[in-house]
Design a protein around this ligand. Structure first.
Ligand SMILES: [Zn+2]
Length: 465
């Protein structure tokens, strides 16, 4: 039976053939294993499969600094010794090594997330999956924690062209610091309050990487209260995790009212991960995906961490099934990588018998603090939606481009009391928009600029005063 939702799935086999190095825990080969397991369960017959485009350097520079992108493009393993200063500056080396085809690897996983966002924007699918994406630690000007380009930030910026508010949820065992940082102060690239909210569930304490993600980190300036952190201790199990996840996420969605969701499904939060310290079973992990899907909002799903690769493949296959409303038999069918799933060849892995250091009182304290912070944004979204409505009624046009443009402008330039946009005001919008773009302050694509030019032209011919 085909799911009633339309699912787009992005995969390029080339992404799984790069090699970080013999002692490096990141094994992109896990992506090939996942894909073959997905195929062995015939899940490809229930969704649309796409090979993503390779993101252009100019697309990567919508968030990252141009010199960083240019360096990633240029650096090769055999020439890196001549660039020690730059390597140090961009944090390339041990955790984030320079390997063969590094830039192409970045282009593919990022292209997948951007393509996924575009298909969602154009309403060509309800859910878009890119297991190769989810590299949440990458920063604007540097690599971090095995991540080079932050495809999630770029995917969110893409979604913001058509969506008023995007919710980012992260269940990797590590804090989603790169995505949080991008929107922490001023809502990176959006220049308005509250268009992105980030929520990260992760291990915090004992100097665990990356060291950030305390419950007290809530965003600053225009970003205040739009970053939510749920710091957890070792050994958290399915019951505690899913209960907390559901309570917080339902409240966030009720209050924030996102129009699209990005879900980072790092599989290093599973029991038995080589780097992780949580105790989630695959069912527990997948329960979070199932819960988010139930809200029926445009959903972009990515991978992330995950260092026991046979379990990563199991987890993301089960979650592909969840997104397709398809239960999968526990016995793994014949496939190219079957031997990796020995000795029992079963799809599900259980939790382990380890201690859960998250006491009920600790979890309750965290929950109360998060809920308290959420109270501060209680009424913000409804005002914004009213503004969008007012603007749409001014133009009496409902084309995707118009909506997109209005979402871009709103609410930076337009006051909620505005009843008619005058020719002068429109000119002002256009010139501010162009100036911001020329200063690199806003991620404006060629497409949006074309729309602005057309709008400008139409405004002349429509005789808007
Ligand atoms: Zn991780």
């Amino acid at each position: 039976m085909r799911s009633k939702d339309k699912i787009a799935y992005f995969y390029d086999g080339d992404v799984g053939s790069v090699y970080f190095g013999p002692n490096h825990p990141m094994k992109p080969h896990r992506l090939c294993m996942t894909h073959h397991l997905v195929l062995s369960y015939d899940l490809h017959k229930k969704m649309e499969i796409y090979r993503p485009h390779k993101a252009y350097p100019s697309e990567l520079a919508q968030f990252h600094s141009e010199d960083y992108v240019e360096f990633l493009h240029r650096i090769r393993p055999d020439t890196q010794n001549s660039f020690r200063t730059e390597l140090a500056r961009f944090n390339l080396g041990e955790d984030c090594p320079v390997f063969e085809n590094l830039f192409e690897f970045c282009q593919i996983y990022t292209g997948g997330t951007i393509d996924a966002a575009r298909r969602l924007n154009n309403q060509l699918c309800d859910v878009a999956i890119n297991w190769a994406g989810g590299l949440h630690h990458a920063k604007k000007c540097e690599a971090s924690g095995f991540c080079y380009i932050n495809d999630l930030v770029l995917g969110i910026l893409e979604l913001l062209k058509h969506h008023a508010r995007v919710l980012y949820i992260d269940i990797d065992v590590h804090h989603g610091d790169g995505v949080e940082e991008a929107f922490y102060f001023t809502d990176s690239g959006t220049h308005s309050t509250g268009r992105v909210m980030t929520v990260s569930f992760h291990k915090f304490g004992d100097l665990f990487f990356p060291g950030t993600g305390d419950v007290k980190e809530i965003g600053e300036r225009e970003g205040k209260f739009y970053a939510i952190n749920v710091p957890l201790k070792d050994g958290i199990d399915d019951t505690s995790f899913t209960r907390l996840f559901k309570t917080i996420i339902s409240k966030v969605i009720e209050i924030y009212q996102p129009s699209a969701i990005v879900l980072q499904c790092g599989a290093d939060s599973l029991a038995g991960d080589r780097l992780g310290c949580f105790n989630l079973s695959i069912d527990g992990h997948a329960e979070c995906v199932k819960f988010v899907k139930k809200f029926n909002l445009p959903l972009l799903v990515t991978g992330g961490g995950g260092y026991t690769k046979e379990n990563v493949a199991r987890c993301w296959t089960v979650e592909t099934g969840v997104l397709l409303d398809t239960e999968l038999p526990n016995k793994i069918p014949q496939n190219e990588y079957l031997e990796y799933f020995a000795p029992d060849y079963s799809l599900k892995i259980p939790s382990r018998l380890i201690e859960n250091f998250n006491s009920k009182s600790y979890l309750s304290t965290i929950k109360v603090q998060v809920m308290e912070n959420l109270r501060h944004i209680q009424h913000a979204p409804s005002v914004q939606m009213q503004e969008v409505g007012t603007l749409l009624s001014i133009f009496s046009k409902s084309s995707v481009q118009y909506k997109s443009l209005l979402v871009w402008f709103h609410p930076t330039f337009i006051s909620p009391t505005l009843t008619k946009m005058s020719r002068t005001q429109m000119n002002e919008c256009i010139s501010i928009h162009k100036t911001r773009k020329s200063r690199g302050m806003m991620s404006t694509t060629t497409e949006t600029m074309t729309t602005i030019t057309r709008l400008d032209h139409e405004a002349h011919s429509d005789g808007i005063q």
